[in-house]
Design a protein around this ligand. Structure first.
Ligand code: ZN
Ligand code: ZN
Length: 300
């Protein structure tokens, strides 16, 4: 399982039943929250997100539409008796803001809150399931995009077959890398007999907020699913540039150059009550484009 659920798809203010930015990446092991605009908790309840399975929250930047829901979520976790550590990744400033909010309310959280301050393009998290890296986007204040890469070995163990061939579990890692197994008597057990091929590792990249900027391309190359902001329609390209945002056609151009398989667009300006033109304009250049509709679940 590797999919994205949209909780909020609007920019700046809530409007037309659309909420400020937030989304959840669901994997087999855990959920990752990406941005946490106002209303994120309510949207989590509406769309049945298991928030207790979130241990890492990635905040792109400190414009309110991307984190004003955070203090509510942090305190709710405390009231619900959370004990697992929670990691918050963001550009500088978040720790001061959150700590002040907790201090004035005399809140002592029952769990550990770790702040990871992002100041450069780097790998934020890496384990045997996932790798998360960040890259600077081009916005009015410090802002980062995130790339999530599934980590998978080429092969999976077929446990009953391994038992049948009496292969010790200590050898499983080598089998997952494709090696054969040699028994004591010299018989070779072929890898294909005791493993199955894994599906390809998937990747997801999140780019919001940003003006059109090709310097992000090396970081989002070949992603399976690319989320890119489209705050404005094509007619407002000058305004987009001036406000450090992107238009439909510009996002499509980024998707083409990044060789992305699919493009997901969001962060719509509250100027627009209907979103149909966002899809039409973007698809005219990059056909495999979908709108980040709230509640939508997009398979990576
Ligand atoms: Zn924004
Ligand atoms: Zn912004």
């Amino acid at each position: 399982m590797f999919n994205v659920t949209i909780l909020g798809n609007n920019s700046a203010v809530p409007a037309f039943d659309r909420h400020p930015t937030s989304q959840v990446l669901t994997t087999n092991n855990e959920l990752f929250l990406i941005d946490c605009g106002e209303g994120t908790q309510m949207q989590m309840q509406l769309y049945k997100i298991k928030r207790s399975r979130i241990n890492h929250i990635f905040i792109s930047h400190l414009h309110g539409d991307h984190y004003f829901g955070l203090i509510g979520l942090i305190t709710s976790y405390g009231l619900m008796g959370r004990i697992n550590d929670l990691y918050l990744y963001s550009p500088p400033g978040l720790q001061v803001i959150v700590q002040m909010q907790l201090d004035v309310a005399n809140v002592v959280l029952p769990y550990a809150l770790h702040f990871v301050t992002i100041t450069s393009n780097t790998i934020l998290l890496q384990n045997n399931k996932i790798k998360v890296s960040c890259f600077a986007t081009n916005h009015r204040i410090a802002c980062y995009g995130f790339r999530f890469d599934e980590v998978k070995s080429p092969r999976s163990i077929d446990a009953p077959k391994c038992l049948q061939h009496e292969i010790p579990a200590a050898y499983y890692t080598k089998l997952q890398q494709g090696e054969n197994y040699e028994k004591r008597d010299g018989t070779i057990v072929l890898n294909e007999a005791v493993t199955v091929a894994n599906t390809a590792a998937k990747s997801y990249a999140y780019c919001a907020d940003t003006k059109y900027d090709e310097t992000i391309l090396p970081f989002i190359q070949n992603v399976d699913l690319l989320y890119h902001e489209t705050t404005y329609l094509d007619a407002l390209q000058d305004k987009a540039t001036e406000r450090y945002h992107t238009t439909t056609k510009q996002a499509a151009a980024i998707a083409i150059q990044a060789n992305a398989k699919q493009l997901l667009i969001g962060h719509f300006s509250s100027k627009y009550s209907v979103l149909d033109d966002f899809a039409t304009e973007t698809q005219s250049i990059f056909a495999n484009t979908v709108l980040a509709i709230e509640g939508g679940v997009f398979e990576v």
